[in-house]
Design a protein. Structure first.
Length: 567
């Protein structure tokens, strides 16, 4: 009934107001083309602003209800969470940022509540927001596939991931270093409480994300406290088994203490009281908190020299990430451990990678591994040793140099396989062992865009096609073939959202453009190559992933030794 009323009103008016659990919100009907419209709500608050005494705390629902309709008709770049400091006078974002956007289709809808697709943005947990200058504009996805799209913000960088004993002690559940993931969970809870009013089905919520957004999807998959908040999941270019993205608690806290020391909120001997440390951190201007992260690139910072073993391995590119705090509301254990033990939320999963994931990260190698560029034999080996022990590093480098005589290309392939492609197979195998459906893919479509000549099918390259957004404008104009590639993504992604199965759609038909996508099984090792047309492939990167599985097993426990025992 609500859908019919909404449709009638939408054609007659440019705005529509809906009651939420905290008060009414007003959205705007936006024209998608000459015939189709989408109802959009921007910046609906789902939490109290995490400022003042709430800084570094888990989020809480809005404490103040409102009676007058809140204007949610205009997108605002001011709502992105504070994240980047070009100088102390030029800081991007704000602390008051816990809002979400909703896109509701208005044509072709039925009386049945619509499935929900809940997007978690990427950006290395360091940058990004839920709109991203229009890259994540959900109007086309919502209309074309008859889904409601929800896109929340979450805190990034130090404000989303700082881990300290003091923060752990004050948290009701003793969680620390996971504030950003708690933001996401609260947004998911908001969806459960409110999405029916927007004609959505709270029993059909698919979480999907890319890069750090996909790492977040993994976090929710293994978090008991996220159980029941979603019914399916999609991981684009993510991982559950890269040590650099899920930090052992001791290391996360040790880095947090050094960070607090660097900005004057901690004593060298840790003698400051818990209250003093937290009061200091909450009193500092937010731009000081963000700008101080430039210390990670300062060779004169004592921390870099005196305790380099505590410096996050991906700093300064990605200095923060979820902490394995050992509690059910946070992260109980290394995610791949939990998957291997069958301790995860058992929902169907799409997961996969792009063919050339590592290409855009090669340029960050000098700052991360502290080597010169272009790479040579010595700097390439130093780069590998940054991630692995000295005995296995030459073996790894030689394995990849056997494929090319260009060091940058070898490191690109190494980063692709170690961080993305092979961990995805590991996840799929854990799902198969537990009897849960996983659908594995690789995106191999040849891009025509100008940057593809250098980067290939690079990290983030699939996003334009998933959203059917030609972004950035002019640089990524679609031709007919590009549009077909987008329709392939939309077909399988939305099938999962509607039915929990990538192959089930209203017509239940298969074709050359939309072939049957087999569920992953370890024995058959099948995946879908996303191309025009898509094809089913067997044994994707089998030999190299067999090698990386053995490396991962050997590295698994060494990485969790106490810092004092690290070699």
């Amino acid at each position: 009934m609500w859908l019919c009323m909404c449709l009638a009103v939408a054609w007659a008016s440019t705005t529509y107001t809906i009651d939420t659990t905290h008060g009414p919100v007003t959205g705007q009907v936006q024209l998608l083309d000459d015939e189709h419209q989408v109802l959009v709500f921007y910046s609906i608050p789902f939490a109290d602003p995490p400022v003042g005494d709430l800084r570094f705390k888990s989020p809480r629902p809005p404490s103040q209800n409102w009676t007058e309709p809140k204007d949610c008709t205009t997108a605002s770049a001011l709502r992105l969470c504070i994240q980047l400091s070009l100088s102390k006078q030029l800081v991007l974002g704000t602390e008051d940022c816990l809002y979400l956007d909703i896109y509701v289709p208005l044509q072709g809808i039925s009386d049945r509540p619509l499935p929900v697709m809940f997007w978690i943005f990427g950006g290395g947990y360091t940058i990004g927001d839920g709109y991203e200058f229009g890259w994540y504009d959900g109007k086309r996805l919502a209309h074309e596939k008859q889904v409601i799209v929800v896109v929340p913000n979450y805190r990034v960088n130090v404000l989303g991931f700082l881990a300290l004993n003091e923060l752990k002690a004050e948290d009701p559940n003793h969680s620390t270093g996971n504030m950003a993931l708690h933001d996401q969970r609260l947004a998911l809870q908001w969806v459960q409480d409110n999405i029916a009013a927007f004609s959505g089905d709270p029993g059909r919520v698919t979480i999907f994300g890319e890069s750090a957004g996909a790492f977040s999807v993994c976090w929710h998959l293994v978090s008991p406290a996220s159980k029941g908040l979603f019914s399916a999941a999609i991981m684009e270019s993510g991982t559950c088994s890269s040590w650099e993205f899920f930090q052992p608690l001791e290391r996360a806290i040790a880095f947090g203490q050094e960070y607090a020391l660097s900005i004057g909120c901690q004593d060298v001997d840790l003698s400051m009281s818990s209250i003093d440390v937290l009061a200091c951190l909450r009193k500092l201007p937010s731009d000081d908190l963000i700008h101080s992260l430039f210390l990670l690139t300062d060779p004169d910072w004592p921390f870099v020299h005196q305790r380099p073993e505590l410096l996050p391995p991906l700093s300064p590119l990605m200095p923060f990430g979820p902490a394995i705090d050992g509690v059910e509301t946070g992260l109980l254990d290394f995610p791949q451990h939990l998957l291997d033990q069958g301790k995860f939320n058992r929902v169907p999963l799409i997961l996969g990678t792009n063919k050339d994931e590592g290409s855009i990260f090669v340029l960050s190698v000098p700052s991360v591994a502290r080597v010169s560029f272009p790479l040579d034999a010595d700097s390439a080996l130093t780069t590998v040793e940054h991630f692995f022990n000295e005995s296995i590093s030459p073996v790894i480098l030689n394995l990849y140099m056997n494929q090319t005589d260009i060091y940058e290309f070898a490191i690109s392939k190494l980063l692709n396989d170690y961080f993305f492609a092979c961990p995805n197979r590991r996840i799929a195998r854990a799902f198969n062992q537990a009897g849960v459906s996983a659908f594995l893919y690789q995106f191999v479509y040849e891009l025509r865009f100008i940057e593809a000549a250098l980067l290939g099918v690079y990290h983030t390259a699939e996003i334009d096609f998933v959203w059917n957004n030609q972004w950035p404008p002019l640089l990524h104009m679609f031709n007919d073939r590009d549009e077909k590639m987008s329709q392939v993504f939309l077909h399988y992604w939305s099938n999962l959202a509607h039915s929990g199965d990538v192959n089930l759609n209203e017509k239940r038909e298969f074709s050359e453009m939309f072939p049957f996508w087999p569920v992953y099984e370890t024995e058959t090792d099948l995946n879908l190559m996303l191309d025009i047309p898509p094809t089913v492939n067997s044994g994707l990167k089998k030999d190299i992933c067999d090698f990386w599985d053995q490396v991962e097993i050997k590295e698994r426990y060494r990485r969790f030794l106490p810092v004092a025992q690290q070699a």
